[in-house]
Design a protein around this ligand. Structure first.
Ligand SMILES: [Zn+2]
Length: 233
């Protein structure tokens, strides 16, 4: 994983006194030690690259999943900031936007666009690309925006090069594992980690990628729920 902060505000600690008291912050996932699942994370060798662009004010350290997703993948970059002049600059290496797909924020229903498919590539008009298999096969990297709905929209409008990328929408068969813990920005309702896991698992046709990431996410949520339950006593 490659992580580079471009905005110092992103690292302002936002732990409550309660969680801070539980002992330190993990240097890898930046979560309080009792929420950290890093010890069980074995990075997956992914062929399709992942770029996560995180809004600087996205500071949900307890429930945020972007860093965990990036830690889980050998071919992943997490950047924190508002705008980058190009995909290559955001990624830190040369890249062709037309070979990259951005997870689309707008209201598009994967199953309605292409029946039976849960990952759909869109045309610029927002319709399903005619040959889905060919369009999916061209993708060499995916971009996921991390933040609230309005933060993600800001990232979209501040980075015009995103218009040159393909757009994909997801139609997950099950709701986010967050449940009612957190509202998510996209219509698909998934966390950043779940969306990335689903995209990579489907594009590479390797369900093991999705399973590995979501298993760690479930462990993280279990720790969160356990801490919540402990605090209620
Ligand atoms: Zn950790």
């Amino acid at each position: 994983m490659c992580v580079e902060a471009t905005d110092a505000r992103a690292y302002t600690p936002v732990m409550s006194t309660e969680t801070a008291a539980a002992g330190g912050e993990c240097p890898h996932c930046r979560k309080p030690a009792n929420f950290c699942v890093c010890d069980g994370v074995v990075p997956v060798a992914n062929r399709i690259a992942l770029l996560i662009l995180q809004h600087p004010q996205e500071q949900d350290r307890l429930l945020g999943s972007a860093r965990l997703a990036a830690l889980h993948l050998e071919n992943a970059v997490l950047r924190i900031g508002l705008s980058w002049p190009s995909l290559a600059k955001a990624l830190g290496r040369p890249a062709e936007p037309r070979r990259w797909a951005i997870l689309y924020l707008g209201s598009a229903n994967a199953d309605a666009l292409a029946r039976g498919r849960d990952v759909v590539v869109l045309t610029r008009k927002g319709e399903a690309a005619p040959d889905q298999d060919a369009a999916l096969a061209e993708i060499e990297g995916v971009i996921v925006l991390d933040g609230t709905w309005s933060q993600a929209k800001t990232l979209w409008w501040r980075n015009p090069w995103m218009l040159k990328c393909r757009r994909v929408v997801l139609g997950p068969r099950q709701p986010s594992r967050y449940g009612r813990l957190r509202r998510e920005p996209r219509r698909d309702g998934l966390s950043t980690l779940e969306a990335a896991a689903m995209l990579l698992g489907r594009l590479e046709k390797k369900p093991a990628i999705e399973q590995a990431l979501t298993a760690s996410f479930e462990r993280m949520l279990a720790k969160y729920r356990a801490a919540q339950a402990g605090g209620d006593r």
